[in-house]
Write a protein that binds this ligand. Structure first.
Ligand code: DP6
Length: 320
């Protein structure tokens, strides 16, 4: 059997930052995200009794596969299967966007591998499985808006789709720097938990914000959706900055974009900034305002991408 699945990346409106169980990837707080249309990963998995090890090829280049193998071990255990697999992935994410994420990677791998191993998992079960590869991948199983419930344990920590909002949400991605990440986000996340005196405040506030976000989306209150989005990101980065050693993903141009977003709002343009584990800024706005947002960033004209809501993870092809 050979199975190919496609998963789209997602951007968190309410961020996930901090694991209370690193092995099971159980988060300190719930998070809320928007799956994006243009950025996705296609992954093909073939379990094969002739193989003597797992193999992994990413964008045409053979890669060492310890993380992929560890993830496949979870699938093998669930399926009671004793075979290695050939894994091939292609990222359809503009590499310069800094969006190449583990979210689409592990969501696609969870679906392709589980199906190829003969399992037929529900979306909830797929989300729990994808979570074990990368926390944010739990949300990419779903299209549009999703909430990852922090849960109490492995069984209760999974994402699910939120009702579609009436808001025509768009993300304008501003590519500040396309270079490689200076610090692995996984390591930095653990260090924030261990050393930032602001971490407990972040947890308390962000869990409440997740609940508020669900209401703001349901009532199509874009101002509140935007405020909560910007605050969750700003507070996450504040907690990171306060870690020991102090660290920030902000670059001069990152700050320039945040200021531009403040100016946009002062001019009546609905725009709110959010950032993940890198210096690029994503501006949350509404479809009718996209052109105004772009026009307000004259220095970044050749470094803008616009994305809208994208679909759920799906099987593209199954061959015997
Ligand atoms: C800043 O899901 O990449 O993008 O679970 O260690 O693989 P691991 O982390 P990952 O972290 C994403 C953090 C974030 C915020 C978010 O997507 O919620």
């Amino acid at each position: 059997m050979t199975t190919t699945a496609r998963a789209h990346t997602n951007i968190a409106l309410i961020k996930y930052w901090g694991k209370r169980n690193a092995n099971l990837i159980l988060p300190y707080t719930s998070s809320v995200s928007l799956t994006l249309d243009d950025f996705y990963t296609d992954t093909t998995v073939a379990f094969d009794s002739d193989l003597t090890a797992d193999t992994f090829v990413l964008d045409g280049n053979p890669q060492p596969a310890p993380k992929v193998s560890a993830f496949l071990d979870l699938v093998r255990a669930q399926a009671k299967l004793n075979q290695f697999a050939r894994v091939t992935s292609v990222n359809h994410v503009p590499t310069a966007a800094g969006l190449a994420s583990s979210a689409s990677a592990y969501a696609a791998l969870a679906l392709a591998a589980s199906r190829d191993a003969g399992l037929s998992l529900s979306s909830l079960e797929l989300s729990r499985l994808a979570r074990r590869g990368s926390g944010s991948a739990s949300r990419s199983i779903f299209g549009g808006l999703a909430i990852w419930h922090r849960g109490e344990d492995d069984l209760t920590s999974f994402a699910e789709a939120l009702p579609e909002t009436r808001l025509p949400l768009r993300m304008v991605v501003v590519m500040v720097d396309a270079g490689p990440k200076p610090v692995s986000s996984r390591q930095l996340m653990a260090n924030t938990v261990a050393t930032s005196p602001y971490f407990s405040a972040w947890v308390e506030n962000n869990e409440q914000a997740a609940g508020e976000m669900v209401n703001a989306l349901a009532t199509a209150d874009f101002t509140r959706v935007g405020e909560l989005t910007e605050q969750s990101s700003a507070r996450m980065h504040a907690a990171i900055f306060a870690s020991a050693p102090a660290f920030t993903y902000f670059q001069p141009a990152t700050l320039q974009v945040w200021h531009a977003v403040q100016t946009m709002r002062a001019q009546g343009i609905p725009a709110y900034a959010t950032m993940d584990a890198g210096p690029n800024v994503k501006i949350l706005t509404l479809a009718p305002a996209v052109e105004a947002v772009k026009a307000a960033l004259p220095e970044f004209q050749d470094r803008l991408l616009v994305a809208g809501p994208g679909p759920a993870t799906k099987v593209l092809e199954e061959a015997r």
